[in-house]
Design a protein around this ligand. Sequence first.
Ligand SMILES: *Cc1c(COP(=O)(O)O)cnc(C)c1O
Length: 404
Amino acid sequence: MSHERFERPTRFTAGADSFGGVFAPETLMDNLFALETAWIAAGEDESFNSELTRLLETYAGRPTPTYHARRLSEAWGVDLWLKREDLLHTGAHKLNNTLGQCLLARSMGKKRILAETGAGQHGVASATAAALLGLECVVYMGALDAARQAPNVERMRLLGAGVRIVEHGQRTLKDAINEALRAWVTDTEAHYVLGSALGPHPFPSIVAGYQEIIGHEARAQFLTAHGGLPDLAVACVGGGSNAIGLFRGFVDDAGVELVGVEAGGVGTEEGQHAARFKGGRPGVLHGCLSYLLQDEDGQVQATRSISAGLDYPSVGPEHAALRAAGRARYESATDEEALAGFKDLAAREGILAALESSHALGWVRREREALAGRSVLVNLSGRGDKDMATILEVLAPEQDGEGS
Ligand SMILES: *Cc1c(COP(=O)(O)O)cnc(C)c1O
């Protein structure tokens, strides 16, 4: 899918097939336009692209493997394959995007990057890329999130980043994004590194463009190992960057079903989940039109998920477009189903997955009878070390005495 689709500002029309757009204040337009110009130029610049490839291969650890999970396949009756983004430096796919955008910032002559973070994963990946490329780094983080994710705050500081704690609103990710966008307006020496495939154009296209390496690698690796294409490609969907990265590799292969898995949380009522395609309708948040969890007056609803990375009220516009076109479908997995997927993967394959990625596994596990014998490629977007405290809190009591 080309980026042109999202170039034009779109009207707020429920149901219109024109997701994305630039719903931004005038003060931000110059920045966005300059960014788009630089991004298009960088894409055509051979030295930029070879430098990015060099860093991805020699620093970040690309290509990541595509792994045939034989023991779990046997247990579930599904032919299961995993794209191992958990093995990328810093433990998740996010570094693909921050390396790309920090190189872009440097090509624009910027001295500093601004970033927002919820759970801290994008903050750490931004601080990492900034340290590597000699850029100053300022990360905005809601006070509530900073308290919940203290180790990641320490990691960012050790990597040399300044962490700005946001004390207003709900004091979470949404408020951190607002604050970072505000700071970007007045700071001409800064580039704003958005962490997922959302926000005003050109951000959704930029982030998807730096993540699509996941899908292109996975397609080639799967073809070599298996001899054909997978029946399904499955990924968890927060803002949607790891999923769109995987999907772009297969979007032209009509025989490959694309399935995005959202956070089903603890229930279907308002405030209990982050399943935007189930409970939401088109609306604008953070500069783009997409599916949004909102009340009748358009006020943004609260969300809930065991996994911080999926806990966001809107979703990247390219997913809304793929769904409208009938090319991808969006399902959800509850906290409990994600934990069941996490446990099975750990016990059968010796891999501790991130809670986000565990939602994709949890959906496959729940649907295993319907999927019997089919080949399923899951994007394992990250590793679970960051989630140990959360997981132990839930699983420790029930694991006592299981011991076999
Ligand atoms: C941040 C994160 C996600 C969710 O973000 P997307 O943009 O939807 O990919 C998923 N998995 C992991 C491991 C993450 O860190």
